[in-house]
Every structure is written in C-alpha cells, then in structure tokens.
Design a protein around this ligand. Structure first.
Ligand SMILES: Nc1ncnc2c1ncn2[C@@H]1O[C@H](COP(=O)(O)OP(=O)(O)O)[C@@H](O)[C@H]1O
Ligand SMILES: [Mg+2]
Length: 258
C-alpha cells in the first residue's frame, strides 16, 4: 500500500514537472501520443513501428527547405522506404510540386500548416517509415509544432555567414525544445554550394558557435533542382545518375545514420 502511494506521488510529481516545463517553453512535451512519444524518446528510432520524422526548418525563405524536402523524400521513397511528406508551409510549395507532376506520385504529400502538427502527425503516419516535414518560413508556433513532432531537424543554409546567422531563431527554438526532448537531434546542411569552391572559413567559424554540427554531405547549386521541380519531379528521376542525385542520396544516407 505504502509502495503504491509512493508510486502515485512520483507520477503526480512527474506530471507537475512536465506541465511546468511545457508552460515555461510553450512546447507541449508529452501531451499527445504520450506513450508512443515517450517510448520514442527512450529508445530513439530503433523502436519498431514508429516513423523517423525529419523536419526541414529555417525561418528564412529561399534557403532550400522545399527543395531538400521533396528530394530527400524522393530519395527515401526510391530506396524502398514508405515515406510521407508533410507540407507545413502556408505557401504550400510541396503540394504545388506534387500537383505539377504528371505521372504517379512517389509518396503522398499532405498539407498541415497548423500548429497542431505534432498532434496530427501520429494519426497520419501509421504505416510509414519516414515522415519529412517541409517547414514554414517563420520561427512561429507552426515551427515549434514541427520541432515537437520531429526526431531530427535539418537546417538548410546557403554557404554564407549571413545565412548561418539568419538561422538564429530556429536554433533558439531547437535549444528550448532539446532541454526537454533529450533525443532531439539537429544538423545544418549546406545548400547551393557553388562549384568547387570550399566552404569558407567564415561559414565554418559562424557554424562553430552553434549547438549542432554541419552535415558532411552538401548540396551544390544546380539548375536541375529548379528544372525538375517545375514538372513535379525529383532530381533523382530527372537525372538519376547525375551529381545532384548523388549529393541528395549521400545527404539522405548521412541523415539516416546521424
Ligand atoms: N541546390 C539548388 N540549386 C539550384 N537552385 C536551388 C537549389 N536549392 C534551391 N534552389 C532554388 O531556390 C529557390 C528557393 O528554394 P526553396 O526550396 O523553395 O526554398 P524555401 O523552401 O526554403 O523557401 C527555388 O527556386 C529553388 O528551385
Ligand atoms: Mg518552401
């Protein structure tokens, strides 16, 4: 009896701590899909039956969130993984990309541009191995909700220190969330690298002051990204053996092993 009372008190205390933390950060920690989310936090991606959720986020527009989202989702789907793409941008570019497509779709795209994303995804993601979230161009409640839903955050940046500094707000959201989401991971990914130029020392220095690393794989500036997007294709379909497809596959692999 004494043991049961002590246990109940411990649970009550845990709930108070969690709700206090939620209020403090504005993040809803365990309030949806509580048990499955808790298991995921404990066991990482290894837990069978739960998808790995990758959110592509940066509050700056034009950095390549949608480009990376559709191409990474395509790379996952083409490698045989059941993949869902969630368009969390009110501008709905990923949905437009899918609509421009003539042939069969590689993966479904659903639009959820609402801060209930983290509550909605568990209900939609059953049966998928991977969910990619194309994030909004703001560090708002919608972005918070995407962070809540995610296991891994990818922050695309162009190879300029200005672009790295511009990611500050999303990094702050990540830091707040990671205080309570122990297993939340994040990585920068360079997009639009020009030719053979090295990533500048100034970019490296700007990145060093941030709490997560830069992916080794990078994506170069290539017209095939824009050209393929115009017809709702990924670069892996437009030029399967091309360098853009190779870079996307390499980034996908790195993210899966991250
Ligand atoms: N690696 C790249 N090479 C060439 N064009 C790119 C590349 N990445 C993105 N773009 C182009 O840059 C523009 C903005 O990219 P987008 O993915 O829409 O950014 P975001 O979703 O962050 O606003 C688009 O026209 C896209 O085709
Ligand atoms: Mg976009």
């Amino acid at each position: 009896m004494l043991l049961v009372c002590a246990l109940m008190r411990a649970i009550l205390h845990l709930q108070i701590v969690v709700s206090f933390a939620e209020r403090l950060t504005g993040f809803q920690l365990l309030s949806t899909g509580r048990s499955s989310r808790f298991r995921r936090l404990k066991e990482g991606f290894a837990f069978q039956g739960l998808p790995m959720i990758i959110a592509i986020l940066n509050q700056k527009g034009g950095v390549g969130k949608t480009t990376l989202s559709v191409n990474l989702a395509a790379a996952l789907a083409l490698s045989g993984k059941r993949t869902l793409l969630v368009d969390a941008d009110p501008q709905a570019s990923a949905l437009d990309w899918q609509a421009a497509r003539k042939g069969e779709s590689l993966f479904p795209v659903v639009g959820i541009a609402k801060p209930t994303l983290h509550k909605d995804i568990p209900g939609l993601a059953g049966g998928y191995e991977h969910v990619v979230i194309d994030g909004p161009p703001r560090a708002n409640d919608l972005a918070k909700s995407a962070i809540m839903a995610a296991d891994l955050i990818v922050v695309p940046v162009q190879p300029s220190p200005y672009d790295v500094w511009a990611a500050e707000e999303i990094i702050k959201l990540y830091q707040e969330a990671s205080l309570f989401k122990e297993h939340l991971k994040a990585v920068f990914a360079i997009n639009r690298k020009i030719g053979n130029t090295a990533i500048g020392r100034d970019v490296g220095a700007a990145l060093k002051s941030y709490p997560f690393p830069l992916a080794v794989s990078f994506i170069s500036q290539r017209v095939v990204f824009a050209e393929s997007a115009a017809s709702g294709l990924s670069v892996l379909e437009a030029e399967p053996k091309g360098p853009a497809a190779k870079e996307i596959r390499s980034l996908m692999q790195e993210l899966l092993e991250f």
